[in-house]
Design a binder for this molecule. Structure first.
Ligand code: SIN
Length: 289
């Protein structure tokens, strides 16, 4: 078993994991120790790794089944790996708004692993906002008001925008689209306050850019409170910032975090490989697994 060195970061969440080479076969006990750190810190950073897509897939699969991503064509020989690329002459970046991955699925993913192949000399950091910290900071009265609410999600408007940008030649050349109507057709409803299935801690489970409305309310009625939750969740007190180096692998917990990729490196290239790990149905309270 490799001896892990877990160094918590000074921000709201996150720990750097040292003393491990992810390209080597890992003992079950090492995976268990990583899982413990993941549940405690919500996002883990592994520096100076050398992972090809097959090795990233092998590591990710130790934490659960890997899922397809609906809107970006995967690497030709690795159907579970999508490239996340911004070329020097492209303007838009992928994941540039605060969000939780694939919350618009009835069973959203447990986590995402992103590996940095090439990074800009400066910029291109990723921010993570901690839903547990944000929830715990609310007053009892606000918690009581929010805890029964359910939110309706959909990705149609974002998918449509991507299709239209493709038609007008503005979509990313380096991330060819793939259509998946199954995903864009449903509008699942998830609790706003989710009990983490492994830690039992409660947190805000939310993704503003995929949100339509609160269940049984109109979009217009929902908007002010949705916007307030978003501004509360993304306050600096609840945010950790990751600076990437080539060879950094990050593993984040979609069940309790929002994230956003900064788009501040115009004229430089950023190239990552991403995989998604399947999760469970979000519940406001349930027994631990
Ligand atoms: C994403 O939202 O998956 C992309 C994050 C990043 O590129 O930093």
């Amino acid at each position: 078993m490799q001896e892990l060195k877990v160094t918590p970061l000074p921000g709201a969440c996150g720990a750097e994991i040292g003393g491990i080479d992810l390209a080597r076969p890992l003992a079950d006990a090492t995976i268990d120790a990583i899982r413990v750190a993941f549940v405690e810190h919500h996002v883990l950073f592994f520096r100076k790794q050398h992972l090809d897509p097959a090795q990233q897939v092998a590591f990710g699969a130790r934490f659960g089944e890997l899922e397809d991503y609906p809107f970006v064509a995967p690497l030709p020989e690795h159907p579970k790996v999508i490239p996340v690329i911004k070329e020097p002459d492209e303007n838009d970046n992928f994941g540039g708004g605060w969000h939780t991955d694939l919350i618009y699925r009835p069973v959203p993913p447990l986590g995402t692993m992103l590996y940095a192949v090439e990074v800009p000399r400066r910029g291109g950091d990723t921010l993570f906002a901690d839903g547990v910290k944000a929830w715990e900071a609310l007053s009892p009265g606000m918690q009581r008001m929010l805890e029964g609410l359910k939110v309706e999600y959909n990705v149609r408007h974002i998918a449509q925008d991507r299709i239209e940008r493709g038609r007008s030649g503005q979509a990313s050349r380096s991330m060819p689209a793939r259509r998946d109507d199954d995903v864009s057709n449903g509008s699942p409803v998830h609790p706003l306050v989710r009990t983490h299935p492994e830690s039992g801690r409660r947190g805000l489970y939310f993704s503003r850019e995929h949100t339509i409305r609160f269940a049984e309310m109109t979009p217009r009625e929902s908007r002010p409170l949705l916007d307030w939750i978003q501004s509360h969740l993304t306050q600096p007190e609840f945010v950790t910032r990751l600076h990437w180096e080539a060879g950094t692998l990050t593993f984040w917990d979609n069940r309790c975090l929002n994230h956003r990729a900064l788009n501040d490196y115009q004229g430089e290239r950023r190239h990552m490989h991403r995989i998604t790990i399947a999760g469970d149905v979000p519940r406001s309270s349930h027994s631990l697994i």
